[in-house]
Design a protein around this ligand. Sequence first.
Ligand SMILES: C[S@@+](CC[C@H](N)C(=O)[O-])C[C@H]1O[C@@H](n2cnc3c(N)ncnc32)[C@H](O)[C@@H]1O
Length: 288
Amino acid sequence: MSSSGRADEKEWEGSHGEELEQIEIELLLEGVHRFYGYDFRNYALPSLRRRIWHHAHAEGVQTISALLEKVLHDRACFERLIYNLSIPITEMFRDPQLFLTFRQKVVPMLRTYPYIRIWHAGCSTGEEVYSMAILLHEEGLYEKSRIYATDMNARSLQQAKEGVFDIKRMKQYTKNYLEAGGTRSFSEYYTAKYNSVIFQPFLKKNMVFAEHNLATDGSFNEFNVIFCRNVMIYFNDELRDHVHGLFHESLSHFGILVLGSKESIHFTSYSDSYETLDRAEKIYRKIK
Ligand SMILES: C[S@@+](CC[C@H](N)C(=O)[O-])C[C@H]1O[C@@H](n2cnc3c(N)ncnc32)[C@H](O)[C@@H]1O
């Protein structure tokens, strides 16, 4: 073949390669949705694409079509895919300034309520939920609170229920706790065992853990506060709007919505339904 023939072939492969990849990704997501009921079709494409390829290589397959076949015929491979697509990265008192602002601006409002219901949507392995339980305990509010911790990833949720974390992370978590306004010795809240720590059982007393998928499941209660941080950054605009609809429906009047540091209620269909309580920390209050 002449060199111009090879160049033509490369160009053809390049443009058709992208088109083919797009088709294969759509077929994978369609297959996963139809067979397992998990809907990733409205996740933002660039990061989804990267994670699908990462998973394909980890499974030892060369194409996304081959991955689809493996995922459909091997449930364990599907479960590993869910784990890889879910990015279960989190930490205790993540963005400590947010927890400090929450203590200063939201806790005084919560004191006036007879009963407090908080939903952590996309709670991952639970670090955010234990942080909230500690904060409410220190503010004397935990007894009248119930914390609902949900995630689509059953494996992460199981870790959250156990409340066992890597001891190596405690140095960072102690620093976060103090920056978040904690006044005690952080080690009061856990017992070390080998390379892990287990958090005090009383912290779990008012926690409820449940599988819930923001893309496909509906509202299940009315809440005074909803935390959903670093979850919707992986969604496209359509899915993000859908989830904001779910949160709006699930919040009581004057309910508080807390988003992640890179997120905002602005530029969603619900921006007029909230007032900003703290712009920097992404804390909003439902007003209509
Ligand atoms: C990066 S972690 C964020 C954890 C925690 N909120 C934080 O900010 O540290 C994202 C979590 O969102 C969950 N997630 C992603 N898509 C979801 C969906 N459709 N429904 C429920 N949870 C979802 C993932 O399983 C993962 O545990």
